[in-house]
Each structure stands twice: as C-alpha cells, then as structure tokens.
Design a binder for this molecule. Structure first.
Ligand SMILES: CC(C)(COP(=O)(O)OP(=O)(O)OC[C@H]1O[C@@H](n2cnc3c(N)ncnc32)[C@H](O)[C@@H]1OP(=O)(O)O)[C@@H](O)C(=O)NCCC(=O)NCCS
Length: 166
C-alpha cells in the first residue's frame, strides 16, 4: 500500500457540496434511496465525526460522515457514508479516515459504533457482525457490523435501529 500525504479536517459548511459530489461519484446512482439514508433524514450529523481528507494540493481525496441513531433507548454512531476518490483508492485514505473516526468517537464518549458494509473490509478495523441489531429492510444482516468503543459497549443493546429524532 502506497503511503499518502493526507490532511484530515472536520468538514465545514463550505465542504458540503464537494463531499456530496464525491459521494455521487463513488456510489451507485440512487444512493439516497438506501435505508440508512432514512435514518439520517432530519437528523444533524455528528459534526466532530464528519471529516475530509485532502492531499497536499488541497484536492479532496476522501470523506466520511457519521450520524447518531437509536437502538431502543441507547444511542449509537452510524458510520458513513465513507468514500475515497477512484484515483486515490488503495492508498490507505479510508483507513486513515476510519481510524480517525474511531479515535474521535472514543474521545468524545461514545460507547458503540455501527455501519452497513462489507465485513471483509471493515473487519480489519475490528468491526464484527451485530447479530442482535436490525437495520430497516432491505438490509442484508451480514452487513450490519459494529465495534464496542467501551468495554461491553454493545452488551444488551438489541433491536431495531431507528432515527435519533426527538
Ligand atoms: C471502500 C473504500 C472507501 C475504500 O477506500 P480506500 O482508501 O481505497 O481503502 P484503503 O486504501 O484503506 O484499503 C484498501 C484495501 O481495502 C480493500 N477493499 C476495498 N473495498 C473493499 C471491499 N468492499 N471488500 C473487501 N476489501 C475491500 C482493497 O482491496 C485494499 O486491499 P489491500 O489493503 O489488501 O490492498 C473505497 O473503495 C470507496 O470509496 N468505494 C466506493 C464507495 C464505497 O463502497 N464506500 C463504502 C460503503 S460501505
């Protein structure tokens, strides 16, 4: 894996459309029809956990956003979307973004984080299948993955994931 000079920063208002354009490029058309987007509607993202990764020329190489969700009366982070520009994939940019999210999430007191994604990729960061947590359909249960950020962070947290709306 090639090492890249990447600078991480918290996403700002001015970054929003550039990040949206990156997601449009990296994901299949209709990405916002995915059930995870229903959990994000009308909910503010966790600003400390929305990050841009730029190269030495300031070009956007990758980005990640995170939202809060609820499972019963417990809160969790729903990680994503995460994407890396096709010309920068395989250089470890997503790894840098993932590690930064996990570190910031721990530092800011979150107990648990989850995502919907490919276990063969996210397993390298410690994500494991969450057998007792269900995402809105249609979501393949094999793709519902999580990490406890504190000891026993997922213990007793079971049920359907819902939006973190008041
Ligand atoms: C998935 C994605 C974010 C990874 O970004 P990246 O910066 O290329 O990832 P890294 O450089 O940290 O890791 C690359 C490694 O992950 C592997 N990898 C990437 N996607 C994978 C997947 N879906 N399943 C298994 N392995 C995967 C690569 O083969 C590579 O393996 P290697 O380290 O053995 O060479 C990027 O490919 C992307 O934006 N894809 C399109 C959007 C997307 O699918 N986002 C994730 C939604 S769940």
């Amino acid at each position: 894996m090639q090492q890249t000079a990447i600078t991480l920063a918290t996403e700002t208002k001015d970054d929003w459309w550039e990040v949206e354009a990156l997601y449009d490029l990296c994901f299949a058309p209709g990405r916002t029809a995915l059930s995870s987007y229903r959990l994000r509607e009308g909910v503010a993202p966790i600003t400390d956990l929305c990050l841009t990764a730029r190269d030495q020329n300031g070009i956007l190489a990758g980005a990640v956003r995170n939202w809060p969700v609820r499972i019963g009366d417990k809160r969790a982070i729903l990680l994503g979307p995460i994407a890396v520009h096709p010309t920068r994939q395989g250089e470890g940019v997503a790894g840098i973004l993932m590690q930064a999210c996990l570190e910031r999430a721990r530092k800011t007191g979150w107990d648990r984080i989850m995502l919907v994604g490919d276990a063969p990729y996210y397993g390298r960061f410690g994500f494991e299948r969450l057998d007792s947590v269900t995402m809105p359909p249609p979501t393949n249960p094999d793709r519902v993955l999580g990490i406890a950020l504190t000891h026993g962070g997922w213990a007793g947290v079971t049920g359907a994931v819902s939006a973190d709306r008041d």
